[in-house]
Write a protein that binds this ligand. Structure first.
Ligand SMILES: Nc1ncnc2c1ncn2[C@@H]1O[C@H](COP(=O)(O)OP(=O)(O)O)[C@@H](O)[C@H]1O
Ligand SMILES: [Mg+2]
Length: 239
């Protein structure tokens, strides 16, 4: 059985009077994909922020490979392999695809003579080999998102935190993104926590789903199980 990678325990975040996350227990194993869904304002982004270190919980704990990282600064968490992709692009438009990945690889301790091969490898993993020498500004929206995933891999991420990765994508790009994340989990044992609105994308991932509502976990299970939940049906399935 795969090792537990990350666990949260009673994770709670209050902003003044508002409780954004309440008592959230969650776990993910190495090589696993987990989805988090819930209506706007449910606390999904806040939850990711407490894992990445962008926000400090009011109470509760975050464990990574058995170590309590609740108070660990963001930069150190990144060094442990926790990598977050934001919706706002962080790629450099005036650099080529290759150069963007190269910058990520430069940030790792990989020896100089191994870097070129690593950049090629990452580009292959995110299916951008054909675009290697293209300017990043020339990429399609979907390709740019995959390049961002490539930056996380280039940084030697073990756990990717993806907040609505398919927003703005075409149906075809959305489908490819699902395949990409699945192949990364299978081939590299890379784990991902994915927040998504697109319920078809979620269903096709065939990953365990946690449903947040008003900051609390209200359902957990596979697609068939959570689609029996009334809140999920109202919000996502239209009946
Ligand atoms: N920095 C903040 N300060 C105050 N309230 C916040 C902050 N971030 C989020 N919230 C509030 O916490 C709740 C959960 O927000 P969020 O985690 O962004 O939800 P989701 O990502 O599920 O849409 C919302 O009511 C939001 O307004
Ligand atoms: Mg959000």
């Amino acid at each position: 059985m795969a090792a537990q990678l990350l666990r949260t325990e009673h994770l709670t975040k209050r902003f003044k009077g508002l409780t954004a996350n309440e008592d959230v227990d969650f776990e993910i194993f190495a090589g696993e994909i987990r989805c988090v869904i819930g209506p706007n304002g449910a606390g999904k982004t806040t939850f990711l922020s407490m894992i990445s270190g962008h926000l400090q919980p009011t109470s509760g704990h975050v464990w990574f490979r058995g170590e309590d990282i609740t108070k660990m600064p963001l930069v150190e968490r990144a060094r442990l392999g926790i990598a977050r992709k934001f919706q706002t692009p962080s790629v450099f438009n005036r650099l080529t695809v290759y150069e963007n990945i190269e910058l990520a690889v430069l940030g790792t301790s990989r020896p100089k003579h191994r870097r070129h091969a690593r950049v090629r490898e990452v580009l292959e993993l995110v299916r951008l080999s054909e675009q290697t020498h293209q300017l990043t500004s020339m990429l399609s929206h979907g390709q740019r998102q995959w390049l961002e995933v490539g930056l996380l891999i280039g940084n030697d991420a073990d756990l990717m935190l993806l907040d609505e990765p398919t927003a703005g994508m075409t149906a075809e790009e959305t489908h490819s993104t699902g395949e990409l994340v699945r192949s990364l989990a299978q081939e590299l044992s890379l784990s991902a926590i994915i927040i998504e609105h697109d319920i078809n994308f979620i269903r096709d991932l065939e990953a365990p789903i946690t449903v947040l509502h008003m900051g609390r976990v209200v359902a957990h299970g596979n697609y068939d199980e959570i689609s029996r939940n009334e809140m999920v049906r109202d919000s996502y399935l239209g009946h």
